[in-house]
Design a protein around this ligand. Structure first.
Ligand code: ADP
Ligand code: MG
Length: 246
């Protein structure tokens, strides 16, 4: 492991019974990188991410995140990361402000820090007038932005985003990516799954997972050159057509 690697996976594997969801994946992510974790539905992205977050125990292999072994030090891993799950993590019946305060409190921010963060977020999220409304009334894109904001409210070393822009319109996706860039600028390493190939181009490096295995890894430029493709969608189609999983 190099000093600048903040995530490393070494033959990381997860089996459910005799089905291998994640099949001996190895890779590393450098500090400050925006790393795209691509793959079709069922490829194994969420399962891999849950292991990296210390939420699921690997069947075999190893991984470390922020210097902690994800199997032996799963509680310690959680102190260094933020996690935005694919299924929603906000409380829909609570207001925006209450959600922010709740998550900030869980992560140990003081009440004055929470007030300050609410002020900042009102500006970045640009929907201050909705802050005292229940989350359920917000459009999906705003809910996703709020989810991201609470996942990074404690300035974690690494944030894991599981299809954060799924189902969101292109303009809101663009704004979402501006939030990702801002977090990266402030020093947070970003590990993000997506199946939108335009978003793959926004990442420093990407891996492409097919049926539990990592089939390609590199910068979008390197992968396009390697597969002689005009866009990442072409690279993806070329690799994904070998997939047998639905
Ligand atoms: N708890 C589980 N038990 C059994 N199979 C699972 C479980 N979680 C995921 N899987 C299977 O593992 C494969 C990968 O799932 P997942 O990691 O959610 O893929 P992705 O996030 O890439 O869509 C799928 O075939 C899924 O059905
Ligand atoms: Mg998933």
């Amino acid at each position: 492991m190099e000093r600048n690697d903040v995530i490393t996976a070494d033959n990381l594997t997860k089996r459910f019974g005799d089905f291998t969801a994640v099949d001996a994946i190895s890779f590393s992510v450098r500090r400050g990188e925006i790393f795209g974790f691509l793959g079709a539905n069922g490829a194994g992205k969420s399962t891999a991410m849950r292991m990296l977050c210390g939420l699921s125990v690997p069947t075999s292999g190893h991984a470390s995140v922020a210097g902690c072994d994800v199997a032996r030090e799963s509680e310690k891993v959680k102190r260094h990361i933020g996690y935005m799950s694919q299924r929603f993590s906000l409380y829909n019946d609570m207001t925006v402000r209450q959600n922010i305060a709740l998550f900030a409190g869980i992560y140990g921010l003081s009440s004055s820090q929470i007030k300050e963060r609410c002020r900042e977020l009102a500006e970045t999220l640009a929907f201050e007038k909705e802050f005292d409304m229940p989350v359920a009334v917000l459009p999906l894109g705003q809910q996703q932005k709020l989810s991201f904001a609470v996942a990074t409210i404690h300035s974690p070393e690494v944030v894991f985003l599981d299809e954060p822009t799924g189902g969101v319109d292109p303009l809101t996706r663009r704004q979402f990516w501006e939030m990702i860039y801002k977090a990266a600028d402030e020093g947070t390493t970003v590990f993000v799954t997506t199946h939108y190939m335009d978003e793959a181009e926004y990442c420093h490096r990407v891996s492409i997972m097919v049926d539990g295995k990592i089939e390609a890894l590199g910068t979008p430029g390197e992968l396009k050159a390697m597969f002689n493709a005009a866009g990442m969608d072409e690279v993806f189609r070329f690799l994904a057509r070998r997939a047998t999983r639905q």
